[in-house]
Design a protein around this ligand. Structure first.
Ligand code: 13P
Ligand code: SF4
Length: 308
């Protein structure tokens, strides 16, 4: 196991969490970028789209979201009657912070009639100002669903450019990016290819355009896992956040995975620990809530996406 804590401590904390989870009637959702031990105590591990679908459909009264703030916020938007908890309230997403509602409103004033596609890595206020949300797994489909040329993609310019290229469309982009995926360079990929010439290169569309172009497959975290599972290839160079390696090793124990750069670590995703999950269940905090007027508008943008 590549846990960041000892096996003994894992077992102790996992047992405490299990008891509290039952008492609280809680469900624990975790993203693939979470620490391995956090993924292993979760009821469900998934990509952003799967997690928002789980959050919308769960019967649990309490959702403990092991991820970053915008993910917990999406759960609060979709499930207003549930208590949504983010074990570390400092777990934000720098990319989501690159666009705010005020800036977006100013853009919409400058470019009337613009249709806004909003990557889920964004605040509730920004979603509330947008026409439709998307995740990395459905960005192409969402953009395709919009007619005309007057479309703005926010905040991830790389994902927007990736979708535009596949569809042969010209979009407007917001200059946002993921600080973790941005650390991956073409030189890193070249070096990894030199070291592992038979490996397929699989990357996330938050990577820069030149990296996506050099890859054998580009997809969301769930897409990358599926590709590795279905591929006949035995070795893969992985261009996304390090946490995904845990699931890749679990589902393909006989295959080899090489992280394309040691710098592919999102510090925010790593803030969640088992101690924090246990304390969050004990104290039912920190909670994530969304003002009702914002929630209703943001929900419409998320539901338009989920309906596709
Ligand atoms: P996905 O899991 O949807 O691919 O999202 C990646 C990501 O960066 C989440 O912050
Ligand atoms: Fe945000 Fe990138 Fe971290 Fe995902 S990996 S939470 S997009 S900074």
């Amino acid at each position: 196991m590549n846990y960041t804590i000892s096996q003994d401590l894992f077992e102790t904390l996992a047992a405490e969490i299990e008891v509290l989870k039952k008492e609280r009637k809680a469900v624990i959702l975790a993203h693939y970028y979470q620490r391995p031990e956090v993924q292993d105590i979760a009821d469900f591990v998934g990509d952003s789209l799967q997690l928002s679908q789980q959050a919308a459909n769960t019967d649990a009264e309490i959702i403990v979201f092991c991820g970053v703030h915008f993910m917990a916020e999406s759960a609060a938007i979709l499930s207003p009657n549930k208590v949504v908890i983010l074990p570390d309230q400092k777990a934000g997403c720098p990319m989501a912070d690159m666009v705010d509602a005020e800036g977006l409103r100013a853009y919409k004033k400058r470019v009337p009639e613009v249709q806004v596609v909003c990557y889920v890595n964004s605040s509730a206020e920004v979603k509330a100002e947008s026409d439709i949300c998307c995740t990395s797994s459905n960005a192409v489909k969402v953009v395709q669903s919009l007619q005309g040329d007057n479309v703005l993609f926010i905040p991830d310019e790389n994902l927007g450019r990736y979708a535009a290229k596949i569809l042969g469309r010209s979009l407007q982009f917001w200059p946002g990016y993921c600080k973790t995926h941005d650390r991956l360079s073409k030189e890193d990929i070249q070096q990894a290819k030199n070291e592992h010439p038979s490996a397929k290169v699989i990357v996330h569309p938050e990577c820069r355009e030149d990296i996506c172009e050099a890859a054998d497959y580009v997809g969301s975290t769930a897409g990358l896992i599926k590709y590795a599972q279905n591929s006949e290839n035995q070795e893969f160079i992985v261009g996304t956040e390090s946490g995904i390696l845990h699931r890749l090793h679990q589902v393909c124990p006989e295959k080899k995975f090489y992280l394309a750069s040691e710098r592919l670590v999102c510090p925010n995703m790593k803030l969640t620990s088992l101690e924090k999950v246990r304390d969050a269940l004990k104290n039912l905090s920190p909670r994530v809530t969304v003002k009702e007027e914002i929630r209703v508008k943001a929900k419409a943008a998320l539901e338009r996406m989920l309906a596709l």
